[in-house]
Design a protein around this ligand. Structure first.
Ligand code: 5HY
Length: 243
């Protein structure tokens, strides 16, 4: 089985970290391909970043389709371009936010999300509503850490994240925590140990969900709104998207 993991931002060290996490949890028979868009923001921390990175995700999906991938993972907690990506393929496409929410509700009745900048918390809240998980989620908390601070091993990102997770554990009446950034993929075990509470990060969750769907022969439905887009010309810089 071949799974294409896409880091929607353009920071190579974060792409490598996400790839390492995916390879750590993937089954023996699963081959992980990891990539990032050629163009786009180094980190995704705003609606503009989300919108631009979504095009990059779709370009990577189109590339993956030429390589016959069995599934795709969008490794940014905003799940940028998720539904449009599903229109482009029969393979399952899993966003790490959606995957994290699903697994959290399988092991706890209430969870909290701990993410990066407070300005991106609204993006996670919109996804909770869109996916129907709002009533399972007690709070979306932010550490106010810029995403790329997670790449700074000399920084205090871990301590800041741990303290916000401790507040969630002690104040929110929850049974699990969902980490709100692909760049936190390497911190799960340490946080689980330090918090003595289930901590879920989306890259691992998405890999296991993708493997399950493929092994069940389930892919993106082509009946209804996720059918392949109707052929039409595209103008200007998107001319080669046209059919
Ligand atoms: C992510 N940004 O997972 C999101 C996190 C966020 O570049 N990778 C990013 O803050 O929304």
């Amino acid at each position: 089985m071949q799974i294409h993991v896409i880091n929607p931002n353009t920071t190579a060290s974060m792409t490598d970290k996400i790839g390492a996490c995916a390879n750590r949890v993937a089954a023996e028979s699963t081959r992980i391909h990891v990539s990032q868009p050629e163009s786009g923001p180094v980190s995704i921390e705003s609606h503009l970043d989300e919108a631009i990175s979504a095009v990059g995700v779709l370009e990577e999906i189109r590339r993956g389709e030429t390589l016959a991938m069995d599934a795709y993972v969008i490794a940014c907690f905003g799940d940028p371009g998720l539904l449009a990506a599903r229109e482009l393929t029969r393979a399952p496409v899993i966003g790490i936010a959606e995957a994290g929410f699903h697994l959290a509700t399988l092991i706890s009745t209430r969870f909290s999300v701990v993410t990066t900048l407070s300005r991106t918390a609204i993006i996670a809240e919109h996804l909770l509503d869109q996916y129907g998980f709002r009533h399972h989620c007690r709070r979306v908390r932010s550490t106010d850490l810029p995403v790329l601070e997670l790449e700074n091993s000399a920084g205090n990102a871990y301590q800041a994240l741990l303290e916000e997770c401790q507040r969630a554990r002690d104040e929110d009446g929850i049974g699990a925590i969902v980490l709100g950034c692909g760049g936190m993929a390497d911190l799960t075990e340490r946080l689980t140990h330090d918090l003595q509470m289930p901590v879920i990060e989306g890259v691992s969750a998405a890999i296991k969900l993708a493997e399950s769907l493929v092994s069940l022969g389930l892919g993106t439905s082509k009946h209804g709104d996720l059918a392949f887009p109707r052929p039409k010309p595209f103008a200007g810089r998107f001319a080669d998207w046209g059919q």
